[in-house]
Design a protein around this ligand. Structure first.
Ligand code: HEC
Ligand code: HEC
Ligand code: HEC
Ligand code: HEC
Length: 331
């Protein structure tokens, strides 16, 4: 019997969650499995009362494996189980494929193994150009705004609405590689959802950021007005705008990495990463993924020791009491 349950639990990790996620979920399932063996309520055939405990344990294990993480968010665009009413295709149950490929990703911006066509040098993938925050001419802005790039370009490859979400360079299965991902209208997948059009582009609602970024928190903006450099674990220089929390830094693979700490030792996904461009010498900057982690579900626990949970809308930390804002701004 125990063997049978183990198989069921293991299977739960694979429901509509292929690739690397299944590894993570399987590990979770394994922990639950070990725990179940420790707290096993007894063979159900011996005592009728054990059945309910047995079923409860089984349900907990089966449901628990899929309850946290990207499968449970609006970034699960696949046909498998996930939140009801989300924008969703019927063409594949894969999740990661809409953003990552193990091979052949777009390198126009340093987005990891990116499976969508990225615009070059500040241009949206579908053509045209972005209007950046500095064009609003607020007198308080101190930092230099760079052309749209870095990880923000990856988010905007769906959120600017100029190309289909099924613009994917390496489609599921053998021989699925097409260098431009099928162009603006992608792979002709079929979509359902209230904020996606027939071609698969985000077509409305708050998630349609568009190409005018002057009404959005600045991105591609120097942290604290600029002026910081790093070497090893030491941040040097003086912020041009003093009303900011000092970031931390570290050298990894000869790259200088910066982040704003939100608790726990070292750098975790609940810290707010700052991004450095290869050219321009502007130093650490704020991009979309400084505030958002595109994989976390609402309330998902941060790594042990951080004391943090993820916020709604993919925020790296809960924004209760505006904790996201005050992590950077001394206000
Ligand atoms: C909606 C787009 C999207 C989807 C879907 C997505 N990712 Fe990501 N992923 C990103 C972006 C953007 C980054 C870079 C974020 C950053 O700079 O922290 C990233 C970074 C990563 C990283 C490196 C950073 C880290 O946190 O370790 C890993 C590993 C990763 N993704 C794995 C996955 C896996 C596995 C899946 C599927 C279960 C997946 N991602 C689905 C957008 C996505
Ligand atoms: C493959 C396409 C795709 C990519 C790439 C992508 N998103 Fe999304 N995102 C979506 C879709 C679809 C929705 C849901 C839209 C809706 O329901 O109206 C969404 C929703 C969101 C939401 C709102 C969530 C909510 O609960 O209301 C946030 C925040 C978000 N995305 C941030 C990001 C960030 C930041 C990145 C880059 C790190 C990113 N997204 C990359 C497709 C994408
Ligand atoms: C400085 C932090 C920060 C940056 C940078 C940032 N966001 Fe957000 N974003 C937030 C916060 C906070 C919310 C939640 C707002 C709310 O609760 O209504 C949010 C909400 C969203 C939403 C959901 C809107 C809604 O009200 O449903 C989307 C989509 C989104 N962000 C996408 C992006 C994209 C794409 C970028 C980069 C172009 C980006 N964000 C950059 C902090 C940020
Ligand atoms: C990752 C760090 C970070 C986080 C988190 C963050 N900001 Fe900012 N914010 C910045 C930077 C950097 C600037 C640019 C400052 C400058 O150059 O003057 C900025 C600018 C601003 C500005 C002023 C823009 C101007 O025209 O002068 C406002 C207002 C603002 N942020 C509000 C918020 C709010 C509200 C939140 C929370 C939802 C937030 N920020 C979260 C880093 C951050």
């Amino acid at each position: 019997m125990a063997q049978k349950v183990q198989n069921r639990v293991r299977h739960a990790g694979h429901w509509g969650v292929p690739g690397l996620t299944s590894v993570r979920l399987f590990n979770q399932a394994k922990e639950e499995r070990d725990e179940m063996q420790l707290t096993w309520p007894g063979r159900p055939s011996r005592r009728g009362a054990s059945w309910s405990a047995w079923i409860a344990a089984l349900l907990l294990a089966v449901c628990g494996g899929a309850s946290a993480g990207i499968a449970d968010t609006k970034h699960n665009l696949g046909s498998g189980p996930g939140p009801a009413g989300r924008n969703q295709t019927s063409d594949t149950a894969e999740i990661c494929v809409f953003c990552h490929t193990p091979h052949g990703g777009d390198v126009n911006a340093p987005a990891p193994l990116w499976n969508k066509r990225l615009g070059a040098a500040g241009a949206p993938p579908g053509g045209g150009s972005y209007t950046t925050y500095d064009t609003l001419q607020t007198p308080s802005l101190d930092g230099t705004v760079a052309a749209v790039g870095s990880i923000s370009m990856a988010c905007l490859s769906c959120h600017d609405g100029t190309q289909a979400m099924d613009n994917i360079i390496n489609a599921p299965g053998s021989g699925g590689l097409v260098a431009d991902g099928g162009g603006n209208d992608g792979r002709a997948f079929t979509w359902t959802g209230s904020t996606v059009n027939a071609a698969g582009r985000i077509s409305g609602g708050a998630a349609l950021i568009g190409t005018d970024l002057s009404n959005d928190h600045p991105i591609g903006i120097q942290y604290c007005g600029g002026g910081l450099t790093g070497s090893g674990a030491v941040v040097s220089g003086t912020c041009r705008d003093g009303d900011f929390v000092q970031p931390l830094t570290q050298t990894i693979n000869s790259n200088q990495v910066f982040w704003v700490d939100t608790g726990g030792a070292g750098k975790q996904r609940t810290d707010l990463p700052l991004y450095v461009r290869a050219t321009g010498g502007l130093g650490p900057m704020v991009e979309c993924a400084s505030c958002h982690d595109p994989h976390v579900s609402t309330g998902q626990a941060g790594p042990t020791g951080t004391g943090r949970v993820a916020g709604e809308t993919f925020l790296r930390i809960s924004n209760a009491s505006s904790a996201v804002c005050t992590a950077c701004h001394v206000k």
